[in-house]
Design a protein around this ligand. Structure first.
Ligand SMILES: Cc1cc2nc3c(=O)[nH]c(=O)nc-3n(C[C@H](O)[C@H](O)[C@H](O)COP(=O)(O)OP(=O)(O)OC[C@H]3O[C@@H](n4cnc5c(N)ncnc54)[C@H](O)[C@@H]3O)c2cc1C
Length: 396
């Protein structure tokens, strides 16, 4: 197992770092670093710059704009993008629907959708979860009944992240109500402007509009928007979810956050010195850093194993990375709340039109702490990941 980067890999990392630091506007990187909410334009600007640099879709097939990188180079890319506080290219496009279209759609669909998906001319949303179908996704009820060349879609999706910005949505729908639950599902691409679609915001505990409910009432979708075969959607969904969980540890992001925690703690008065002089606080940071180092080494072990494995097969180790990675992201936001102390107000000041009471950076601290509770739920909850580990490693 080789955990150190080769000189070529170090050069590759430095080149990426240079692009991320020089091309992405400092204001957008500042927002990411401080954990502020990004506007649609921030996400789109960063995505389009990365696309222009050939860095938005490295994991796609080369023919469609992907990179012939090694697993280590792919790891370095993710680590550096996060470490440099650059917004990730929109995951619904890049990590989810793009690879599904590239692998399972018709040539015509590939030509129609892939270029616009890579460049973000189409903004996609993920329409999988429903009330009553989250962890047990195969219980989904949204139906698509075929009438000639059209599917008629009825039902409800929920937790649809950034659905308020979406041009299109990829849906899992039930096309055969009589089949066993995994076997009657299809994967449909739906234009959000189609009559019969209603998007309703869900305002989360941090006061943000990040997720939505989406309702479908007799929505007409051309049969040509079906991906792959009818009733085979579950296979495509499994493929998509295994991509979603790749790099879910977000080690670069936690490193960036812990670096900010230390920086701010050194500026925060406490007792006769600063918070950084407090041994108990330093102990908490040390625990987080040690855990993060251990996670990084685990991640590198997974990457090293991939060096010798040709196919990108889903790896049950990604469940360990998901659990530990999400816990560490949450731990970093908890430490930042300690640093901000009484200035960690639960809502950002702009939400009630008042100037921040404390330092400007502290304004986003508590909202992000609340927001990051999501990391142990989405992408397959941590309890579900534990079930996967129990099956794969313990044989339970
Ligand atoms: C911020 C956020 C954004 C999201 N964005 C999207 C999106 O864009 N598109 C989309 O389709 N979905 C999205 N989701 C949905 C997400 O995938 C689901 O929330 C997740 O799969 C959990 O499903 P659920 O919320 O229905 O909870 P449930 O499945 O009802 O689970 C409730 C609790 O029970 C536990 N549990 C459930 N089953 C088991 C079991 N078998 N063993 C042990 N424990 C179990 C869970 O871990 C959880 O703690 C998002 C969720 C969040 C929080």
């Amino acid at each position: 197992m080789e955990l150190r980067y080769t000189p070529e890999e170090v050069a590759f990392r430095d080149e990426l770092r240079q692009v991320f630091q020089s091309k992405i506007p400092a204001e957008i990187r500042r927002k990411v670093s401080e954990g502020r909410h990004l506007e649609r334009e921030d996400i789109a600007t960063a995505h389009r710059i990365l696309h222009a640099e050939g860095l938005a879709t490295p994991n796609w097939p080369v023919q469609w704009g992907g990179k012939d990188w090694t697993p280590v180079q792919r790891y370095i890319y993710t680590e550096e993008i996060q470490r440099n506080a650059v917004p990730m290219p929109l995951s619904f496009n890049v990590a989810m629907v793009g690879p599904v279209i590239a692998n399972f759609a018709s040539e015509e669909q590939k030509k129609r959708f892939l270029p616009a998906t890579a460049s973000l001319d189409i903004w996609w949303a993920q329409g999988f979860s429903e009330p009553g179908a989250g962890s047990d996704l195969a219980s989904l009820k949204t139906s698509a009944r075929r009438e000639g060349d059209t599917y008629i879609v009825n039902g409800q999706k929920t937790w649809t992240t950034l659905g308020q910005h979406a041009d299109w949505i990829f849906l899992l729908v039930r096309t055969d109500p009589a089949a066993k639950k995994q076997q009657g599902i299809s994967f449909l691409l739906v234009d959000m402007k189609t009559p019969g679609i209603t998007v309703r915001p869900i305002i989360t505990i941090d006061g943000a509009h990040e997720v939505n409910e989406v309702f479908f009432d007799e929505v007409k979708v051309p049969v040509g928007n079906l991906v792959g075969e009818e009733n085979k959607g579950w296979d495509y969904a499994k493929f998509l979810l295994s991509n979603e969980r790749t790099n879910i540890a977000r080690i670069g992001l936690s490193k960036e956050k812990l670096a900010r925690v230390k920086e701010r703690a050194k500026e925060t008065p406490a007792g006769d010195g600063t918070l950084w002089d407090d041994p108990d606080f330093r102990r908490r940071v040390a625990i987080a850093e040690i855990e993060l180092k251990a996670l990084e080494i685990t991640q590198m072990r997974v990457v090293a194993a991939q060096r010798s494995r040709a196919a990108d097969k889903p790896d049950p180790n990604s469940s360990i990375l998901k659990i530990k990675g999400s816990e560490l992201q949450q731990m970093a936001t908890e430490l930042m709340v300690t640093v901000a102390g009484p200035y960690a107000a639960p809502m950002p000041s702009h939400s009630h039109n008042e100037p921040p009471v404390g330092p400007d950076w502290a304004d986003a601290v508590a909202p992000q702490f609340f927001n990051f509770r999501k990391t142990s739920i989405y992408g397959g909850s941590n309890e579900i990941q534990r079930n996967i580990i129990a099956k794969a490693f313990l044989g339970l």
